[in-house]
Design a protein around this ligand. Structure first.
Ligand code: TYD
Ligand code: MG
Length: 453
């Protein structure tokens, strides 16, 4: 019997190579090559019946209709905003996230809303039987419309069905369970994921079907399968959150039809996901009052300010190298800020274990949080709480200077709305917010911070 042929694919970029290599020649990633059976020549997509396929012809730019009006507004503001103002027709949207985070629930809820709007939707699951999906749907409550449900893994069959039925929106849950018969590799392999996504892309663009693809995330936090997956689709959304908390964030990391720094905030309930329209209130629920180590700050997520609590705990270490951990913020940033405090204020932080945490399970990465991290560490170190109804924001530089941040007005306005009375902020931001009616304390250097406790 002839030896089965195999090729190697890069897990990162999908590059193909006839032999194994330690480093991918295309994207230079190390140890990313995986062996897969060789695929026979791609068949290409099955041709639809004559007259149904759109044959592409060039059009004059001035004659092309703008796509402004071809969005479906779902009415779920948190979702619409992340998508850039609704679901764009014939787009391909990848929804990635950890297992159990709520991707299937989110998309079934989208199907429910669309069906209620009398839009033809088809939910295809390769992971669950139709009965299991029905059980999930029952948890979500009453359905006003009647979306169609299918349990199928074979993409050739799915293709045929979509071409025949022409639904307006299709959900594929998940891409790692789909396979094309002409590809020998198993579902979830690099070549299957790449080729099945390619087929879905042609379906979306050729037939004007909007397709949501669910993608599982690997340990490293990227959608399993080649990075090309992210290049092929129009929009990449990540659904994140902590399994231990009910708080979920939908984040756009790529969007051809809108901004990428938008987030939508949801809460996982017994009966599905609920929008959180005021995330600040949600994030601050249960904040301790008058406790050392707890500091409130205002961050900007996309276009919205969100108030957060930063918690720090400093205690004497019993180890040679002090233990440092950070949850929700960059570990290296915390180390850097602690080094600044040590050098500029003479604190003995190298004898302290330090734990810094964003309460509520949110992940943030904004320099404007520096001041709050520093204040939380100082507060825990000195065991003195920061005054009540006080927030702070600002960037801290390596020489200990406190630098201005963008959108100070929005941060202050959000704080005012939630009943905060005192704002500690960079001196340079003072003039833009001086008329806010709250007590303002401008700071220019970390050495000025001790007297604020
Ligand atoms: P699911 O959507 O299956 O996650 P994914 O598709 O991302 O793997 O969500 C599963 C979790 O959500 C599960 O732990 C149960 C919980 N859940 C609720 O809390 N309420 C609900 O109404 C539903 C449907 C699920
Ligand atoms: Mg699922």
């Amino acid at each position: 019997m002839a030896k089965a042929k195999s090729v190697f694919f890069c897990k990162e970029c999908g590059a193909e190579s006839p032999k194994w290599m330690g480093q991918c020649p295309a994207c230079k990633a190390w140890d990313s090559m995986v062996e897969e059976p060789v695929a026979p020549k791609a068949k290409g997509m099955k041709l639809p019946a004559a007259g149904t396929a759109k044959k592409a012809v060039p059009e004059k730019l001035s004659e092309i209709k703008s796509h402004e009006d071809t969005r479906i507004i779902t009415g779920v503001e948190e979702l619409d905003r992340v998508l850039g103002g609704g679901i764009v027709d014939s787009s391909l949207v990848l929804v990635g996230g950890d297992p159990g985070i709520g991707k299937s629930t989110l998309l079934l809820q989208v199907c429910r809303i669309l069906a209620a709007m009398k839009i033809d939707v088809l939910y295809i699951s390769g992971e669950e039987s139709v009965r299991q999906i029905k059980m999930r749907a029952d948890r979500l409550g009453k359905f006003d419309g009647d979306p169609e449900i299918l349990s199928e893994n074979n993409l050739d069959n799915i293709e045929e069905l979509i071409v025949e039925k022409r639904p307006r929106v299709v959900v594929i849950d998940s891409i790692q369970t789909m396979f094309r018969e002409d590809i020998a590799a198993s579902p979830g392999s690099v070549s299957q994921v790449r080729e099945t996504t390619g087929s879905l892309l042609r379906l979306a663009k050729g037939y004007g079907v909007t397709i949501f693809i669910v993608g599982h995330v690997t340990k490293e936090g990227v959608v399993a399968g080649p990075r090309v997956l992210e290049h092929m689709v129009d929009t990449v959304l990540y659904f994140e959150g902590d399994n231990s908390s009910d708080y979920r964030v939908l984040r756009a990391v790529k969007n051809r039809f809108g901004s990428t720094n938008e987030v939508g905030v949801f809460e996982m309930r017994q009966d599905g996901l609920r929008e959180v329209k005021n995330p600040s209130e949600y994030m601050l629920a249960g904040t301790p009052v008058g406790e050392p180590g707890s500091v409130i700050t205002a961050t900007i997520e996309g276009t919205r300010p969100i108030m957060l609590e930063i918690q720090a705990l400093c205690c004497q270490t019993s180890l040679n190298i002090p233990r440092r951990t950070s949850v929700g913020i960059d570990y290296n940033r915390v180390n850097l800020l602690m080094a600044v405090l040590e050098k500029k204020m003479g604190l003995k932080l190298s004898f302290c274990d330090a734990y810094v945490n964003v309460a509520g399970g949110m992940k943030v990465n904004e320099p404007a949080l520096d001041l709050a991290i520093v204040m939380a560490i100082l507060s825990s170190y000195t065991n003195k709480p920061l005054g009540e109804k006080t927030i702070c924001f600002g960037e801290v530089g390596l020489t200990g200077e406190i630098r201005g941040v963008s959108q100070a007005e929005q941060r202050v306005a959000e704080a005012k709305q939630l009943g905060f009375e005192h704002i500690i902020l960079p001196k340079v931001n003072m003039k833009t917010v001086k008329d806010c009616g709250l007590k303002l304390t401008g700071v220019g250097h970390v050495t000025e911070l001790m007297r604020l406790f």
